[in-house]
Design a protein around this ligand. Structure first.
Ligand SMILES: *[C@@H]1O[C@H](CO)[C@@H](O)[C@H](O)[C@H]1NC(C)=O
Ligand SMILES: *[C@@H]1O[C@H](CO)[C@@H](O)[C@H](O)[C@H]1NC(C)=O
Ligand SMILES: *[C@@H]1O[C@H](CO)[C@@H](O)[C@H](O)[C@H]1NC(C)=O
Length: 149
């Protein structure tokens, strides 16, 4: 029984230390895959400003950082029920998008127990798209998720 409790405690410590690590490698998540999320600027000549955060606004992965046309930002996380949001500014337009949600977990995830899940967001003039792979910007297989306004 003592051993069992020790293992549970160790699991909890590892899970929480993983949750707070912003640059986890693919070995850091326990019984879950590591997620690698990308946001690509698919606008041809406009910079977007991205603020990437979790639900309570802590641990911003990218605090008001510019993403240049064709460029991207990315971060790693363990999928332990903490959702992620991006607040995006393009000129005078602002939009908040839930970048990691139950829906996106289902869309991009393979339900692996380890390894790395990849998920790509593409920002275009008409809105936000998602794909499991880094498709080319003009590929019609990007899945449309939400408009800018
Ligand atoms: C974490 O990742 C960010 C952005 O990818 C990078 O700038 C930073 O140096 C990394 N920190 C560590 C400790 O690896
Ligand atoms: C996606 O692929 C293009 C080449 O098609 C490459 O230039 C770009 O850096 C890649 N982006 C990411 C986030 O891997
Ligand atoms: C889009 O996806 C479908 C199904 O996976 C595939 O058959 C098709 O070739 C893809 N189209 C392009 C342009 O990649």
């Amino acid at each position: 029984m003592a051993n069992f409790l020790a293992i549970v405690l160790l699991f909890l410590i590892l899970a929480f230390s993983c949750a707070d690590s912003t640059n986890s490698s693919s070995h850091n998540c326990i019984l879950t895959p590591n997620w690698h999320m990308f946001v690509i600027n698919g606008l041809s000549n406009e910079v977007i400003i991205a603020h990437i955060r979790d639900e309570d606004g802590s641990f911003p992965k990218c605090s008001h950082c510019p993403i240049y046309p064709g460029g991207f930002v990315s971060w790693y996380f363990c999928p332990i029920g903490r959702w992620y949001y991006g607040d995006f500014t393009r000129g005078s337009t602002q939009k908040t998008v839930q970048l990691y949600s139950k829906h996106i977990d289902n869309f991009c995830g393979h339900k692996f127990l380890s390894g790395t899940e990849h998920c790509y967001w593409l920002v275009k003039p008409d809105g936000f798209y998602v794909a499991k792979k880094n498709l080319s910007i003009s590929d019609p297989n990007w899945s449309y998720e939400s408009p800018w306004i």
